[in-house]
Design a protein around this ligand. Structure first.
Ligand SMILES: Cc1cc2nc3c(=O)[nH]c(=O)nc-3n(C[C@H](O)[C@H](O)[C@H](O)COP(=O)(O)O)c2cc1C
Length: 164
């Protein structure tokens, strides 16, 4: 089974989870970058996209010419929604990816900004339900406890894949 973990990470949390998940699933890694968000006025660009729901231009660094049985897409929660670069990926490719797993990383510090709407917004871009989803919290990513959750998420992804 060939698996791709495709992630967007602005400050490293989603990248960390993605790398651990790739190791667990023996998967390949693909990175989404957004040049506008890295520019001198990146925070303004991010803010604009968050509130207007504009989907910015992105670049995807993926292994060449590959077909995957499963693609897992991850990104951060921004203002209780999916990060716009992740929405760009899903808008451009969500319908052609086949089986998809989804995850988000979040700070988890405020009940006013929950992560569930972000997962729901991402899932709505897919033609079929996601095979499995997971929400990772920054505290666990920093402490290292996220590795247990990565193992659980990997198990759920594998189980669903085997059931097909
Ligand atoms: C602009 C912005 C908005 C955010 N909004 C939320 C939020 O609504 N809820 C939340 O739990 N975390 C929020 N966070 C925290 C990030 O989701 C969290 O730090 C995430 O793990 C960052 O992932 P990354 O390091 O891969 O970029 C926000 C962070 C930024 C920069």
């Amino acid at each position: 089974m060939r698996t791709l973990i495709l992630y967007y990470s602005n400050s490293g949390n989603t990248q960390r989870v993605s790398e651990a998940l790739a190791q667990r699933l023996d998967a390949e890694l693909g990175e989404v970058t957004c040049a506008a968000n890295l520019d001198w006025n990146g925070p303004h660009a991010m803010g604009w996209d968050i509130f207007t729901r504009h989907r910015p231009h992105i670049d995807m660094l993926t292994p060449p010419g590959a077909h995957y049985d499963l693609t897992v897409i991850g990104g951060p929660v921004w203002a209780a929604r999916a990060a716009p670069p992740v929405m760009r990926v899903l808008a451009d490719h969500g319908r052609e990816l086949g089986r998809v797993g989804l995850f988000v990383t979040r700070s988890g510090s405020s009940p006013r900004f929950p992560p569930e709407p972000a997962i729901a917004e991402m899932a709505a871009m897919l033609p079929a339900p996601a095979v499995a989803t997971h929400i990772f919290r920054q505290a666990e990513i920093i402490s290292g406890a996220y590795r247990v959750e990565v193992a659980e998420f990997a198990r759920a992804l594998r189980t669903e894949q085997a059931a097909v």
